[in-house]
Write a protein that binds this ligand. Structure first.
Ligand code: GLY
Length: 322
């Protein structure tokens, strides 16, 4: 059995590419890297790679990570600028025994030395979003609190190949209008991602500051390691963290997670409305699902309709009214 599951509708073209590789006995690491690169390269996704929205200084600072579930190798970059595919730099770093997580100039220096493609990641479209937000903020008495951009933030994936190897990877430009140097959960092991070929792999999306409070990806993998089905593992991890945050702090940020186990079974859960994910397995063609959170935090999902898929792309590509 092989398969891939990923956060958000934006990942479906990526996992389709990954599935082509897995079908041909491809390696989980190669497939997940190719899948995330596809999302990073698409200019209309506002929270990942090229076209990602900038920080408050109008710079696109990106976070990404890669984890090999068999060796437990981890590589990550944070607050890196001007490189086309942060996930590939993260994967390259995962082969280092030390210095495997690099930030900002250090990460850029490493990427340059290793010959990774440089690219100005700030598009005209992202600049227009920035100008619009600056105006909106100026119009308010106090600048509004930062929110993960329309809920569409990290692309995070879990992958199982035909040899039983699992991998997890993430990539994001983080919160729109974040402070320079702010790092979210996506490059942080156990929070944004975790993979263990013996237990399963998971990745999270939402408000990084809150996701890190529960090391939620590790928690989902730990639960799968106890024999719990990925769906129940995702729901338990989300609901526990959501409850703890509400009890102790009065509120919880956006929390969503996807997971797959070594049998290729999968699950997804969220504490918000509007979470979507994409999944493909040997038995299931690439499919986008929309999640509904029911009573007591149970999550159900239904396949996204053709109309929903069309509307999604139309709104992503619509002109920006400044
Ligand atoms: N979940 C992505 C971030 O908070 O940056």
């Amino acid at each position: 059995m092989w398969g891939m599951i990923a956060t958000w509708r934006m990942a479906v073209e990526g996992i389709t590419r990954g599935a082509e590789m897995l079908k041909e006995s491809g390696d989980a690491g190669d497939a997940i890297e190719a899948a995330i690169r596809q999302v990073e390269d698409f200019p209309y996704y506002k929270s990942v790679g090229y076209g990602g929205l900038p920080n408050e200084e109008m710079e696109v600072e990106m976070d990404a990570a890669y984890m090999d579930g068999s060796t437990l190798d981890i590589g990550a970059v944070a607050a890196i600028r001007d490189f086309a595919n942060p996930v590939s730099i993260a994967r390259r770093l995962s082969r280092e025994k030390v210095n495997s997580m690099l930030v900002a100039e250090g990460a850029e220096k490493f990427a340059h030395k290793e010959g990774f493609e440089r690219k100005n990641m700030l598009t005209d479209r992202a600049k227009a979003h920035y100008r619009k937000r600056v105006k909106e903020m100026a119009a308010q008495a106090a600048a509004e609190e930062l929110k993960p951009y329309s809920g569409h933030d990290t692309v995070g994936m879990a992958c199982l190949d035909g040899m039983g190897k699992m991998a997890a990877a993430t990539s994001t430009s983080g919160l729109f209008m974040k402070k320079k140097g702010r790092v979210g959960d996506s490059p942080i092991s156990g929070s944004g991602f975790y993979a263990d070929s013996r237990k399963g792999a998971a990745s999270a999306t939402g408000l990084g500051e809150d996701l890190m409070k529960g090391c939620i990806s590790y928690e989902a993998v730990r639960l799968m390691g106890e024999g719990i089905h990925p769906q129940e593992a995702c729901e338990t991890a989300v609901n526990r963290l959501d409850r703890e945050l509400r009890e102790r702090r009065g509120e919880a940020g956006d929390i969503s997670i996807i997971a797959m186990n070594p049998k290729g079974e999968w699950g997804a859960a969220t504490n918000i409305e509007g979470f979507s994910f994409a999944v493909v397995t040997e038995e299931l063609e690439p499919t986008v699902y929309l999640v509904t959170r029911e009573e007591k935090g149970r999550c159900t999902y239904e396949k996204a309709s053709e109309e929903w898929m069309e509307h999604y792309m139309k709104t992503r590509m619509a002109p920006i009214e400044e």
